[in-house]
Design a protein around this ligand. Structure first.
Ligand code: G6P
Length: 469
């Protein structure tokens, strides 16, 4: 048992297995963000190693104590693929795909959340701060508070929180709200998400909310104040700037352009292969532009990176089939011997290769139908140290609240999307520079370290107010 003053609880551990059986840090932004504070405070991280049935003893990795939580194959199926990714994920993303409500999935979700809470209770020192991450673990805050009332508990929700009319579909809506309210601070990406949550709490639990404060009744008849507000997440902007300045990455960007036959313009989409990302809408718009003759295959190439994700969930298998049929049709109709309309890559790439792609691309297309934040938009902006390139950004992505100088689109409006793509392709350099400078200012001024600091400072304030009350 360790005695950590700061404990992060997330579905996944911050490490992946490397080919020779050791561990290496996972590429995600959250991991990069928390690494310095975890190291400084000798923190602990509770999470799943990503494969079923593994019993791994706790171990130290680069200054952080890692505490693996075991998931059996049926729990991966019911808690992770089922309830997390086939119930909550589609429901919270505005039912773009129909959520499935299955009682066996819920039972597994409760059991696994209890296991995570027990592990966190084990490793947290007296009076420690525990920071729970994301929708896979919504019950952990209250489960943990029941076991360890001495702890200060934060929760951050990385995905959208839906309007009450949709959230109300959830058969276990009450339990989920009560689970989340176990936290002292409940963080969301957008003001809108925090508002939806407060409304659900008022409507479903009949609690009072005032500004971002929620009065939560205690079993002893007393009450405590929980805070629900927006803390938009960001990226490690400096590391993108550093990579974008490396000569070998700039050379790689030129090589990518050359390998595509040096088209006049390159459009780029980078997403997990997920139905929330609007990849079909993007392909439809691009296919129609080719069909209409407004763009030509020799002049414009769309590079679409779609990294494999949740491949055993039916909705994801179906999406992959649909996208691959679309890409095949568009390329079949429009490719020439020397140029391809769409270069489709169902693969993941290292960060360095992504930065080279960002530098090689004239237009970045973020057409999400719903997205908590969309960090790819911020990565593109941070990487454009040359102040060139155009960001086309869906108003349904959290990033739209901050990135006002992007070309804003509604991905459902295919004609509007087509016009936006043409406008982006034709945008003069001076306007690109003006917009990109404004976008970069925001991303550079508010990076992921600011995000975690603001969240943890707010949590510390709430905890101080509680102990002095
Ligand atoms: C989103 C979620 C994360 C999740 C990630 C990858 O960004 O907010 O919690 O880790 O997708 O999905 P996966 O299911 O592979 O963990």
């Amino acid at each position: 048992m360790s005695e950590a003053p700061l404990v992060v609880v997330a579905n996944r551990l911050p490490v992946d297995r490397d080919p020779d059986g050791g561990w290496r840090q996972s590429p995600g932004g959250l991991v990069t963000a928390l690494e310095p504070v975890m190291r400084r405070t000798r923190g602990a991280w509770v999470g799943w190693a990503g494969k079923p049935g593994l019993d791994i003893e706790p171990f130290d990795f680069e200054g952080t104590h890692l505490h693996p939580v075991r998931l059996d194959a049926d729990e991966v199926e019911n808690y992770y693929e089922g309830f997390s990714n086939d119930t909550i994920w589609p429901l919270y993303h505005d039912v773009i795909s129909a959520p499935r409500y299955r009682r066996v999935w819920w039972d597994a979700y409760v059991a696994v959340n209890e296991r995570f809470a027990a592990a966190a209770a084990d490793v947290a020192a007296e009076g420690a701060t525990v920071w729970v991450q994301d929708y896979q673990l919504q019950l952990v805050p209250q489960l943990l508070r029941d076991k360890r009332p001495d702890l200060t508990i934060g929760y951050f929700h990385h995905i959208p929180f839906p309007a009450y009319g949709l959230f109300a579909q959830l058969p276990w809506r009450r339990q989920v709200l009560e689970g989340l309210l176990g936290a002292d601070v409940i963080g969301f990406q957008r003001v809108q998400d925090a508002g939806n949550f407060a409304r659900a709490v008022r409507r479903q639990l009949r609690l009072d909310t005032k500004a971002s404060g929620i009065t939560v009744p205690l079993p002893d008849g007393g009450e405590r104040l929980a805070l629900a507000r927006a803390f938009p997440i960001s990226i490690d902007a400096d590391s993108y700037i550093e990579m974008a300045r490396r000569p070998e990455i700039q050379a790689r960007a030129a090589e990518i352009r050359a390998s595509l036959g040096n088209p006049k313009k390159i459009l780029l989409g980078v997403d997990r292969l997920d139905y929330t990302k609007g990849i079909r809408h993007r392909l439809k718009a691009f296919g129609e532009l080719l069909e209409d003759g407004r763009v030509k295959t020799e002049d414009v190439t769309l590079v679409q990176v779609a990294s494999p994700s949740r491949e055993r969930v039916e909705a994801y298998m179906q999406l992959r089939d649909e996208i691959e049929v679309m890409v095949g049709r568009i390329n079949g109709d429009h490719d020439t011997m020397h140029h391809t309309a769409i270069r489709y890559l169902h693969q993941s790439f290292p960060r360095e290769e992504m930065v080279a792609l960002y530098l090689a691309s004239d237009v970045m297309l973020v057409t999400a139908l719903r997205d908590g934040m969309n960090l790819v938009a911020k990565e593109y902006v941070a990487s454009r140290v040359d102040n060139r390139g155009v960001l086309v950004l869906s108003e349904f992505a959290g990033a739209a609240d901050e990135l006002g100088s992007a070309i804003r689109i509604n991905p459902h409006d295919i004609d509007g999307l087509k016009d936006a793509v043409v406008r982006a392709i034709e945008m003069p350099g001076a306007e690109q520079g003006r917009r990109m400078r404004a976008l970069r200012k925001r991303v550079l001024e508010h990076d992921v370290e600011d995000w975690s600091r603001e969240f943890l400072d707010t949590l510390a304030d709430v905890s101080r107010a509680r102990t002095s009350a």
